[in-house]
Design a protein around this ligand. Structure first.
Ligand code: IPE
Ligand code: IPE
Ligand code: MG
Length: 239
């Protein structure tokens, strides 16, 4: 990769600020979530244009179930609508949609919508869009540890044979490389239970822009910021 234009292979975004965007306009929070769809399209276009291979979007955390029922319902409805409306454009762009998180808690309607988009886009080769839905990193790690413990209990795996790779391969994110860049909009500087294991060496960027106002240009800015970072992975920089 050339030093002038280092493109992250995998970008992950914590799409935050929908509620504040709506409140600033005297609107209902759910309108803020609806306004968060266009920035998803914009990010996808920018990611494809720049040659990013994996884009993970944090859309709903396990903690978000604790929000008012009307807001949760509006979000579920939005997921179903999006999945139905966006399929043709995703297929046209060569985007493959995958999911991380525990989908067992979703209603049958949401689950089948998600399965449908995964199936319809399964041949996408240009970019993999990974939706984090009912996702939290601690829950993901806990499920991974349970899976490893079952293999140990069944005599398939010796405890000493457990490596970092064993854990990585037991996470929902097993098929993909770790994120190179994590962006969180709205100025909040925290990870909120997102990709804690995978973020070990990710570059972090926290723009002030609220998610509904995020544009293709903002995505380009994130890549420009990334290109300026000096990733050392604990080593000494090459001369
Ligand atoms: C992020 O926006 C979207 C979800 C968490 C689903 P928020 O709804 O958290 O917006 P703020 O943080 O309240 O502004
Ligand atoms: C994180 O945002 C989850 C998503 C963006 C889906 P939150 O708004 O839920 O996180 P906190 O509550 O500010 O930490
Ligand atoms: Mg928030």
């Amino acid at each position: 990769m050339s030093e002038q234009k280092r493109i992250p292979q995998h970008v992950a975004i914590i799409m935050d600020g929908n509620g504040r965007w709506a409140e600033l306009r005297g609107k209902d929070r759910s309108e803020g979530h609806a306004a968060g769809i266009e920035p998803v399209r914009a990010s996808l276009r920018a990611a494809v244009r720049n040659g990013v291979r994996y884009l993970t979007l944090y859309a709903f955390s396990t903690e978000n179930w604790g929000r008012p029922a009307a807001e949760v319902d509006a979000l579920m409805e939005l997921f179903c609508q999006c999945v139905a409306n966006e399929a043709p454009e995703l297929i046209r762009q060569g985007v493959r949609v995958c999911m991380i998180g525990d989908r067992s808690r979703f209603s049958e309607k949401v689950r089948s919508a998600l399965e449908s988009i995964e199936k319809q886009t399964a041949d996408g080769k240009v970019l993999t869009l990974i939706l984090a839905l009912n996702y939290s990193s601690r829950s993901e790690i806990t499920r991974a540890v349970q899976q490893i413990a079952r293999r140990v209990a069944a005599g398939e795996l010796a405890p000493e044979a457990i490596t970092e790779q064993t854990l990585s391969e037991s996470l929902d994110t097993a098929p993909w490389p770790d994120p190179d860049l994590i962006v969180r909009t709205s100025g909040e500087q925290r990870l909120s239970n997102f990709l804690l294991w995978q973020a070990s060496y990710a570059e972090l960027w926290f723009p002030e822009v609220l998610w509904p106002d995020f544009t293709e240009r903002d995505f380009d800015r994130a890549l420009e910021e990334y290109a300026r970072r000096d990733r050392r992975f604990g080593l000494v920089k090459d001369k």
